[in-house]
Design a protein around this ligand. Sequence first.
Ligand SMILES: [Fe+2]
Length: 246
Amino acid sequence: MFGFFKKNEFKKHITFDYSSIMVDMHSHVLPGIDDGAQTPEESIILIKKMMELGIKKIIATPHIMADYYKNTAETINAALAILKAELKKEEIDVEIEAAAEHYFDETFEDRVDAHKLMTMGDNYVLFEFSFINKPPNAIPVIQKLKQLGYKPILAHPERYTYMDVEQFRNIREWGANLQLNTVSLTGYYGKDVKKLAESLIDNQLIDFISSDMHHLRHAEAFKDALRMPYLEKLMFDYPLKNIMLR
Ligand SMILES: [Fe+2]
């Protein structure tokens, strides 16, 4: 019966979604506290898009930065409460939690020392590097996180094109999990990022995938990513850890 469709047409008819990973663990859907959703209404639009694509649980991860977004557990939990009230009002049934995306700036190590980190699941800590250069103390801080019982996750390694696959392999061997933004596979951040994303997948270095949802353009790209052959590879051949955060 399938002979009726040409190969590509058939493929269109069997597109899959994100329901097998269940959990999106990196997003900026809390209202008004970083460069993601600015109002509860915007948050709801993004959350509905994620649910349409099969996501069952959302872990919101607002930026914590020394300069731009000086979020704390208090600001994050307050925004989470506002969003939860809005979800209830709109009768939207989705599980939502909050952690943070910690920026690896000069204050990050102090936060680690002070145990002032917003964690997800079994003590996972999401952090990001600068887009310009690798922090010189990356490995010692990752070691410290591990010693203190945290499980580090480096956000979107494919966006740090100043690093190569071997450096990521090294960072991972020191105990950092690597989280890919699936939108990178569509070319959303450009050719170099797409290429590095594909190399990381080919080298079996990816542990988590996520949307890094900030706005509607990300929602569209998150959907488009479902058509990328590399995403199929991730969803079917990979032992992704997203499910451990359910
Ligand atoms: Fe992010």
